[in-house]
Design a protein around this ligand. Structure first.
Ligand SMILES: [Zn+2]
Length: 322
């Protein structure tokens, strides 16, 4: 990947653009409201009808002009219950979206002036927007491979001491060549687990490339799946055989490892999945320049709108009047 490549003008979103679009908290709130209620808030749940809503001065809420019921665009989002200004949140999201390799909570702290604790919380919340659970890969070339994070290289893993192997976190990834990637932390590398990942993330009738790891054996026999399974013999020091290789996913692994090493130094097992989500999110939007920021803003509203997130004990969208 060429780090110096310039982003084409139509895919560029600079700090000047950011400052122009989001000069203050009010602009951010208005934007958030538009994302969650396109065209404006029209329906009052208490009046049970369409009502005009106006912004309450000095508070991040909009109020029904008939009964006074207030609606907060922040309710149910990652911004709820935060005393950090909305503009700082937006700025932190801009920073996270605009760097190629990601930034740390420490950098958010430095750039925004919030405490480290607050920066860490913002960092976690913003990152929670980056999962793509619905994604399924397909096509004539899907590579599947495992990565062992937190130790020595994968090749020759058979010769590692058991204790050494147990300390590693196993990640399975699938990537469409010139397409999208999915990466998941898994408990083990058994056939059941690896087949399960392929079934979950790779659509039937795809061509699947793997190495000779025995847990991939039988992929082509999964009933109803019609996978065409081709393998490369890494043990025999063969890495590419015509179209048969797993170099795309291996490229992604090295991106992840270099990224984690360069920005975060290392990552505990507990958080590895969220880091993988971040790298995947960015990888899957690598053609968008730094318009990734726009995708991130959309995710705020998308995830807030999920009924499941309200079931998880989030505040109801409608609050009592005054
Ligand atoms: Zn009302």
């Amino acid at each position: 990947m060429n780090r110096r490549q310039t982003i084409p003008a139509h895919l560029r979103y600079t700090i000047t653009d950011f400052n122009r679009q989001f000069p203050d908290d009010a602009a951010c709130l208005e934007h958030l409201k538009e994302q969650r209620f396109p065209g404006g808030i029209v329906r009052c749940e208490k009046c049970k009808t369409e009502r005009k809503h106006y912004r309450i001065n000095g508070r991040p809420v909009y109020s029904c002009d008939h009964c006074g019921t207030q609606i907060s665009p922040m309710a149910g989002t990652i911004f709820e219950h935060s005393s950090t200004s909305l503009r700082l949140w937006y700025y932190a999201m801009y920073l996270m979206a605009s760097t190629r390799c990601g930034i740390s909570a420490k950098q958010i702290q430095r750039e925004t002036g919030v405490t480290y604790k607050t920066a860490w919380r913002m960092f976690r919340q913003i990152r929670s927007l980056l999962s793509e659970p619905e994604m399924q890969l397909e096509g004539s070339a899907v590579e599947v491979d495992e990565m062992y994070y937190g130790g020595r290289r994968k090749r020759g893993a058979g010769r590692l001491l058991r204790a050494d192997r147990d300390q590693k976190t196993i990640v399975v990834g699938a990537v469409e060549r010139k397409g999208r990637v999915v990466a998941r932390v898994v408990p083990d590398s058994t056939r059941e687990t690896l087949h399960g990942i392929v079934k979950e993330y790779v659509l039937p009738a795809s061509v699947v490339f793997t190495d000779e790891h025995q847990s991939y054996t039988g992929l082509e026999e999964i009933p109803g799946r019609n996978y065409h399974h081709l393998r490369i013999k890494h043990e025999a020091k063969v890495y590419v055989m015509g179209q048969v290789h797993t170099q795309t996913i291996e490229g992604f692994w090295s991106l992840v490892k270099r990224g984690i090493g360069g920005v975060y130094h290392s990552v505990s097992q507990k958080y590895l999945q969220s880091y993988l989500n971040e790298y995947s999110f960015r990888y899957n939007r690598r053609d968008q320049g730094n318009l990734i920021f726009t995708s991130l803003l959309k995710r705020v509203a998308e995830l807030a709108a999920l009924p499941a997130s309200r079931d998880r004990g989030m505040m109801p969208l409608i609050q009592e009047p005054f």
